[in-house]
Design a protein. Structure first.
Length: 203
């Protein structure tokens, strides 16, 4: 596989450690793109703020800005609100991610993009490798508890994704993250080695 063509999309289960995998890939020379960060930026744009206030009222604002925790509580408790939000944001997220990918590819840089809703939103043509990060439910629950989410919250968020088995089947590579950080680094090393990609390098 030509290293310059590699654009890896990383997705996975709630609490699986996607961001940690992205950090390891960054240490190997990848430039990162984070769909969630783009979403957070969009929530602060005038058009999205206006649409959100039209949907939920000004209670979601603080000093004129959308409060992420208030919006999350709304969209993850109501399928209609969730679908409305996805219809609003996904086209803008996809457009921005494509812009960033094309700019980085012109620079010849390997790219790793964290895309939580990779399969649910539809895999984009610029994705050349799909990596799924997972772990046992008990391990993922411990990580979610450390984040402040109980089992009910974890299950609620999981309900908005396709079944794990289906997403794993659609992925090109699956990384299990049940062990230590060193174990995870080894798993990422093995994946990068299997790509025969000279642009992935040790830091």
């Amino acid at each position: 596989m030509n290293g310059a063509a590699v654009v890896m999309a990383v997705t996975g289960d709630v609490g699986a450690g996607k961001s940690t995998v992205l950090g390891i890939l960054e240490s190997k020379g990848c430039t990162l793109i984070d769909a969630d960060r783009i979403v957070a930026e969009l929530w602060q744009t005038p058009d999205v703020i206006k649409a959100a206030v039209g949907r939920w009222g000004e209670d979601i604002l603080e000093d004129g800005s959308v409060v992420h925790s208030k919006v999350s509580a709304l969209i993850f408790n109501d399928k209609a609100d969730y679908n409305w939000t996805m219809n609003l944001l996904h086209p803008m997220v996809k457009k921005e991610m494509l812009f960033r990918v094309e700019a980085l590819k012109r620079e010849g840089k390997p790219i790793a993009a964290e895309v939580p809703m990779l399969f649910e939103a539809g895999v984009e043509p610029w994705v050349t490798l799909k990596t799924f990060v997972t772990a046992s439910r008990d391990v993922r629950l411990k990580r979610c508890l450390a984040r402040g989410w109980d089992e009910s919250e974890m299950s609620k968020r999981e309900s908005f994704f396709m079944r794990r088995e289906e997403r794993m089947e659609l992925s090109d590579y699956v990384i299990w993250n049940d062990g230590t950080l060193d174990d995870l680094r080894e798993a990422v090393d093995n994946m990068c080695g299997s790509l025969h990609c000279s642009l992935f390098k040790e830091s």
